[in-house]
Design a protein around this ligand. Sequence first.
Ligand code: GAL
Length: 739
Amino acid sequence: MATVLLIFAACGREVQEIEKMSFDFAKFSTGYDPEWLSTGFDDSAWEELNLRETWDTQGYDKYDGEAVYRIRFDLPALSGSDRGPDLLIYLGKIDDADKVYVNGKYIGGNGGFKGDGGSDISFWDIDRTYAVYGNDPALNWGGSNVLAIRVNDKELEGGMYDGPVTIEACTEKDIASTNGLLGDPAKRHHIACQELPGGKIRCDATVRYYLREPAKGRITLLLKDDETGKTKKLFKSEPLELSCGSEYTTSLTLDEAGRAEIIAMFKGKVLARIVPPYILTPKAPAEPVINGPKVYGVRPGSPVIFKIPASGDKPMAYSVEGLPKGLEVNPDNGVISGSILMEGNYDVTLKASNGKGEGRKAFRFVVGDAIALTPPMGWNSWNCWGLTVTQDKVMASAKAMMDKGLTDYGWSYINIDDAWEADRRDKSGKILTNEKFPDIKGLGDWLHYNGLKMGIYSSPGDETCGHYLGSLGHEREDAETWASWGVDYLKYDWCGYGKVFNALDNKGREEYIRPYALMSKILREQKRDIVYSLCQYGMDNVWEWGAEVDAQCWRTTGDITDTWNSLKEIGFSQTVQHEYAAPGRWNDPDMLIVGKVGWGALHDSRLTPDELYTHISLWCLLSSPLLIGCDISQMDRFTFNLLSNPEVLAVNQDVLGKQAAKVWEDGDIQIWMKDVEDGKAIGVFNLGRDSRSVTIPLKELGLDEKSSVRDLWRCRELGRCAKKTFEVPSHGCFLLKLK
Ligand code: GAL
């Protein structure tokens, strides 16, 4: 299908360059008035603030609430052209949320504003980059422009603090990595792909012509195949005369294939390119294969809840050889339940069989003090549903986790994040669920029957980050209530505790530890194992003392969002924590941003397929808890395959419990490596904009030149590593095992 449409009014000649602009200061006022966003507003009476420090250090100590920064900048006149270059605006980090305007027009934002009827959501630790297209009518070429940044500070320090702000011309690739909304994508050439029900991929390529002079030529779509290195022509249009304002769209359907790139060209010039979703994980065999970890830690007498994770045709019959006294296995769904009273190691063989064959796996129950001997794998409601989570939405993802077969690969936790709490306790002080969770105990029972586990969220402060009730002063009641509901995992989020902490004179480590140690003591008194996950964004190097407060996981960073910048900043900065990881002690760089995410307003993750492979590879190497952040009931085949590669997940679930360290860096190339039970797991990452060929520097990394290498995503032996060159795409990676 191909169409030509006429849509534009403004057409230009040549796009010209502009100089990069940099701003250390901005005009500033607390409060908010829509008038302050406009170009014409007179801000001469406003004072100037330094953009490298929060407003708290510049005369607004402890000010929480809204404020506006204004930056005036000039754009050159366009000589002989009506279209300027696209602009990339870099704002650094902003505490906590922002909405950004150019000449009064909204161009993007991060985090949430309660004042606008939303909730205060903090994105304090995330770099902001926004883009405005060069033909956006809001821009005033040849005149004065105003960039207005409206900020909402929820608590603690506030404002812009990571300056200078820069404005420069940018390319399509830069635009793809912004984390604000885009100016107006309807004004650019672009290719967008989506998965069709049968697994084929449909791509729509749209070319938009905006030059004043008409041009004659054909639009060609090329497919560059990575595996073969060959480029084939997919489509060539009839000769066209493209005139100013014409738009040309063609749609094509691709069979599922390896990594390839679609390139749209006109008169020898590349107009747009995209890598459609591509699946690397080979199809699971019909015979049973038992996946998942090799160990399960449980405390004496605590309930065991473990479903044998087996891929292959269903129905399947499950059994266990050598099952210790106190445990039983449901032969129909493979759920092992019961409890073991005596400490010790209990070695068993897990078995699963169907009409095609039998799968077996050696497995150990380790009954003792330590739990979460491998990083927890599951789902959390936050990245998809934010504060709009309901019991039905939780059930829908849990059910889809089973129906789609993610449970066959070891996914098991179903964690409810913020917004389940009622706004008031009952007379006895007991915390209650709100109307969105009519039967949380019933939910827990149903999850447990199916071999899944239930997680909950609270804060050591009086309120959570979403302003729901926290546990301050009610720690014991809350832990007991959660245990009675069957909770297996607690995410305990600092937020409201900031108020208690700020009022202290002494802000030493013991004060960071205090609220977490208090809850951990009470959790240990419950008659079930509750994985304890600290969420305080890495303050006071939490990885140095997380294990001391008996936690199994601790967030090391602020909140993640679904952009390359956020992924890169968070994932690749985990360079000092690896020494602290061990079975039952996990650094947590935040939850997965795969599939449909959106904190209440779902959209496809803005990461490209290459970036998504990087995300999962890195999180597996980092031995991070893996918590799926999307609505699983809407999960596509690409995302399912990304999360169900047994060899990749084995890197995360490896019994040694090591975390990868960055061992090599050469410009944009980084190599991360960790010991696993049967060799070394290695990630080769390309953070740059162009693809790069990489040979692994075996000698420098102390590796044997005779090592053989396996490609874990493709589940393929590649032979001697020394002879291999890896063509690593921009923002992509290879995940390897060396033996
Ligand atoms: C944040 C936390 C998020 C989410 C949110 C809930 O502080 O980092 O992961 O839990 O609070 O309000």
